[in-house]
Design a protein around this ligand. Structure first.
Ligand code: S3P
Length: 210
Protein backbone atom coordinates (compact mmCIF):
# COMPACT_ATOMS: atom_id res chain seq x y z
CA UNK A 1 0.00 0.00 0.00
CA UNK A 2 1.53 3.27 -1.04
CA UNK A 3 -1.19 5.55 0.24
CA UNK A 4 0.17 8.21 2.50
CA UNK A 5 -1.58 10.91 4.45
CA UNK A 6 1.17 13.32 3.55
CA UNK A 7 0.02 13.43 -0.08
CA UNK A 8 -1.00 16.92 -1.05
CA UNK A 9 -3.66 15.86 -3.51
CA UNK A 10 -7.04 15.93 -1.83
CA UNK A 11 -8.31 12.72 -3.49
CA UNK A 12 -5.25 10.73 -2.44
CA UNK A 13 -5.61 12.04 1.07
CA UNK A 14 -9.29 11.12 1.19
CA UNK A 15 -8.44 7.64 -0.10
CA UNK A 16 -5.78 7.29 2.61
CA UNK A 17 -8.25 8.27 5.30
CA UNK A 18 -10.89 5.85 3.93
CA UNK A 19 -8.30 3.06 3.78
CA UNK A 20 -7.35 3.51 7.43
CA UNK A 21 -10.96 3.90 8.58
CA UNK A 22 -12.02 0.72 6.78
CA UNK A 23 -9.30 -1.39 8.35
CA UNK A 24 -9.64 0.18 11.76
CA UNK A 25 -13.33 -0.70 11.94
CA UNK A 26 -14.86 0.10 15.34
CA UNK A 27 -11.50 0.13 17.13
CA UNK A 28 -10.00 3.15 18.86
CA UNK A 29 -6.53 4.49 18.20
CA UNK A 30 -5.24 4.67 21.76
CA UNK A 31 -2.33 6.97 22.55
CA UNK A 32 -0.17 5.99 25.49
CA UNK A 33 3.04 7.39 26.94
CA UNK A 34 4.45 9.52 29.73
CA UNK A 35 3.23 12.93 30.79
CA UNK A 36 4.46 15.46 28.25
CA UNK A 37 4.79 12.96 25.40
CA UNK A 38 2.18 14.89 23.39
CA UNK A 39 -0.74 12.44 23.60
CA UNK A 40 -3.40 15.14 23.70
CA UNK A 41 -1.82 17.51 21.20
CA UNK A 42 -0.95 14.76 18.70
CA UNK A 43 -4.21 12.89 19.34
CA UNK A 44 -6.37 15.92 18.64
CA UNK A 45 -4.61 16.61 15.35
CA UNK A 46 -4.56 12.94 14.31
CA UNK A 47 -8.29 12.68 14.94
CA UNK A 48 -9.00 15.73 12.84
CA UNK A 49 -6.86 14.32 10.03
CA UNK A 50 -8.63 10.95 10.12
CA UNK A 51 -12.03 12.60 10.59
CA UNK A 52 -12.55 10.72 13.85
CA UNK A 53 -13.77 12.02 17.21
CA UNK A 54 -11.05 12.84 19.72
CA UNK A 55 -11.52 11.88 23.36
CA UNK A 56 -9.15 12.70 26.23
CA UNK A 57 -9.51 10.19 29.08
CA UNK A 58 -8.21 12.62 31.73
CA UNK A 59 -10.84 15.22 30.75
CA UNK A 60 -13.53 12.55 30.84
CA UNK A 61 -12.42 11.49 34.33
CA UNK A 62 -12.57 15.12 35.48
CA UNK A 63 -16.06 15.53 34.02
CA UNK A 64 -17.28 12.29 35.61
CA UNK A 65 -15.84 13.29 39.00
CA UNK A 66 -16.78 16.95 38.81
CA UNK A 67 -13.26 17.85 39.96
CA UNK A 68 -9.76 18.19 38.56
CA UNK A 69 -7.22 15.38 38.63
CA UNK A 70 -5.15 17.31 41.19
CA UNK A 71 -8.23 17.58 43.41
CA UNK A 72 -9.01 13.86 43.05
CA UNK A 73 -5.43 12.96 44.05
CA UNK A 74 -5.49 15.40 46.98
CA UNK A 75 -8.90 14.46 48.32
CA UNK A 76 -9.07 10.70 47.64
CA UNK A 77 -5.54 9.54 46.77
CA UNK A 78 -4.00 7.87 43.74
CA UNK A 79 -5.66 4.44 44.19
CA UNK A 80 -9.10 6.06 43.98
CA UNK A 81 -8.06 7.96 40.85
CA UNK A 82 -6.79 4.73 39.22
CA UNK A 83 -10.08 3.00 39.95
CA UNK A 84 -12.02 5.80 38.25
CA UNK A 85 -9.53 5.87 35.38
CA UNK A 86 -10.00 2.14 34.76
CA UNK A 87 -13.79 2.47 34.66
CA UNK A 88 -13.86 5.56 32.46
CA UNK A 89 -11.43 4.07 29.92
CA UNK A 90 -13.42 0.81 29.77
CA UNK A 91 -16.53 2.84 29.00
CA UNK A 92 -14.77 4.99 26.39
CA UNK A 93 -13.30 1.96 24.61
CA UNK A 94 -16.84 0.83 23.79
CA UNK A 95 -17.38 3.93 21.65
CA UNK A 96 -14.86 3.53 18.82
CA UNK A 97 -13.79 4.38 16.26
CA UNK A 98 -12.08 7.38 17.80
CA UNK A 99 -8.71 8.65 18.85
CA UNK A 100 -8.35 8.21 22.59
CA UNK A 101 -5.57 9.88 24.58
CA UNK A 102 -4.95 8.20 27.94
CA UNK A 103 -3.19 9.49 31.05
CA UNK A 104 0.38 8.26 31.51
CA UNK A 105 -0.46 5.66 34.14
CA UNK A 106 -3.50 4.12 32.45
CA UNK A 107 -1.65 1.53 30.36
CA UNK A 108 0.14 0.23 33.49
CA UNK A 109 -3.11 -1.35 34.65
CA UNK A 110 -3.23 -4.95 33.31
CA UNK A 111 -7.02 -4.85 32.85
CA UNK A 112 -6.90 -1.60 30.91
CA UNK A 113 -4.01 -2.95 28.84
CA UNK A 114 -6.00 -6.04 27.88
CA UNK A 115 -9.03 -3.91 27.12
CA UNK A 116 -7.00 -1.64 24.85
CA UNK A 117 -5.60 -4.71 23.09
CA UNK A 118 -9.08 -6.03 22.31
CA UNK A 119 -10.75 -2.70 21.48
CA UNK A 120 -7.99 -0.66 19.96
CA UNK A 121 -4.68 -0.16 18.27
CA UNK A 122 -2.19 1.23 20.76
CA UNK A 123 0.39 3.86 19.88
CA UNK A 124 3.20 4.66 22.31
CA UNK A 125 4.46 8.21 21.91
CA UNK A 126 8.00 7.70 23.12
CA UNK A 127 9.95 10.77 24.10
CA UNK A 128 13.29 11.31 25.78
CA UNK A 129 13.67 12.89 29.20
CA UNK A 130 14.64 16.32 27.89
CA UNK A 131 11.53 16.63 25.72
CA UNK A 132 9.24 15.38 28.49
CA UNK A 133 10.63 17.77 31.09
CA UNK A 134 10.46 20.71 28.73
CA UNK A 135 6.81 20.01 27.99
CA UNK A 136 5.60 19.29 31.54
CA UNK A 137 7.47 22.30 32.86
CA UNK A 138 4.92 24.52 31.17
CA UNK A 139 2.08 23.47 33.46
CA UNK A 140 1.59 22.49 37.10
CA UNK A 141 -1.48 20.26 36.80
CA UNK A 142 0.26 16.92 37.37
CA UNK A 143 0.13 15.68 40.96
CA UNK A 144 2.80 13.01 40.46
CA UNK A 145 5.33 15.66 39.49
CA UNK A 146 4.31 17.98 42.29
CA UNK A 147 5.37 15.35 44.84
CA UNK A 148 9.11 15.58 44.22
CA UNK A 149 11.90 16.60 41.89
CA UNK A 150 10.31 16.28 38.39
CA UNK A 151 13.58 15.11 36.86
CA UNK A 152 13.89 12.22 39.34
CA UNK A 153 10.16 11.37 39.26
CA UNK A 154 10.24 11.24 35.48
CA UNK A 155 13.40 9.08 35.39
CA UNK A 156 11.83 6.63 37.83
CA UNK A 157 8.62 6.49 35.81
CA UNK A 158 10.59 5.90 32.59
CA UNK A 159 12.42 2.98 34.21
CA UNK A 160 9.21 1.44 35.48
CA UNK A 161 6.90 2.16 32.58
CA UNK A 162 8.93 1.98 29.38
CA UNK A 163 9.18 -1.84 29.38
CA UNK A 164 5.38 -1.98 29.69
CA UNK A 165 4.69 0.78 27.15
CA UNK A 166 6.86 -1.27 24.77
CA UNK A 167 4.00 -3.77 24.55
CA UNK A 168 2.05 -1.22 22.45
CA UNK A 169 1.25 -2.17 18.86
CA UNK A 170 3.08 0.84 17.46
CA UNK A 171 5.89 3.05 18.77
CA UNK A 172 6.40 6.57 17.46
CA UNK A 173 9.32 8.76 18.53
CA UNK A 174 7.82 11.97 19.86
CA UNK A 175 10.57 14.49 19.17
CA UNK A 176 10.86 18.20 19.85
CA UNK A 177 9.43 19.15 16.45
CA UNK A 178 6.04 20.60 15.46
CA UNK A 179 3.23 18.25 16.45
CA UNK A 180 2.12 17.95 12.81
CA UNK A 181 5.29 15.99 12.01
CA UNK A 182 4.58 13.50 14.79
CA UNK A 183 1.00 13.22 13.50
CA UNK A 184 2.33 12.38 10.03
CA UNK A 185 4.74 9.77 11.50
CA UNK A 186 1.88 8.27 13.49
CA UNK A 187 -0.42 8.05 10.47
CA UNK A 188 2.34 6.40 8.40
CA UNK A 189 3.13 3.91 11.17
CA UNK A 190 -0.56 3.14 11.52
CA UNK A 191 -0.88 2.41 7.80
CA UNK A 192 2.12 0.07 7.96
CA UNK A 193 0.72 -1.71 11.03
CA UNK A 194 -2.76 -2.12 9.50
CA UNK A 195 -1.17 -3.46 6.31
CA UNK A 196 0.77 -6.07 8.26
CA UNK A 197 -2.36 -6.96 10.19
CA UNK A 198 -4.37 -7.44 6.95
CA UNK A 199 -1.62 -9.58 5.45
CA UNK A 200 -1.37 -11.73 8.58
CA UNK A 201 -5.17 -12.16 8.64
CA UNK A 202 -5.13 -13.11 4.93
CA UNK A 203 -2.37 -15.68 5.47
CA UNK A 204 -4.24 -17.14 8.42
CA UNK A 205 -7.47 -17.35 6.38
CA UNK A 206 -5.65 -19.08 3.49
CA UNK A 207 -4.03 -21.49 5.96
CA UNK A 208 -7.43 -22.48 7.29
CA UNK A 209 -8.80 -23.14 3.79
CA UNK A 210 -6.03 -25.57 2.90
C1 S3P B 1 -0.51 10.49 35.22
C2 S3P B 1 -0.58 11.23 34.07
C3 S3P B 1 -1.57 12.31 33.86
C4 S3P B 1 -2.80 12.07 34.73
C5 S3P B 1 -2.40 11.87 36.15
C6 S3P B 1 -1.45 10.69 36.35
C7 S3P B 1 0.52 9.41 35.31
O1 S3P B 1 -1.96 12.36 32.50
O2 S3P B 1 -3.54 10.98 34.28
O3 S3P B 1 -1.81 13.07 36.58
O4 S3P B 1 0.36 8.53 36.16
O5 S3P B 1 1.46 9.43 34.51
P1 S3P B 1 -1.00 12.88 31.30
O6 S3P B 1 -0.08 11.74 30.93
O7 S3P B 1 -1.95 13.20 30.20
O8 S3P B 1 -0.27 14.06 31.80
Amino acid sequence: MSLTLSENKKDDRQAGVAWIRERLGPRSIVLIGLMGAGKTAVGRRLASRLELPFVDADSEIETAAGSTISEIFAEHGEAYFRQGERKVIARLLDSGPQVLATGGGAYMDPGTRANIKSHGVSVWLKADLKVLLKRVGRRDNRPLLASGDPDKVMRDLMKKRYPVYAEADITVESRDVPHELIVADTAEALIRWLERESKAAGAKGRGKGE
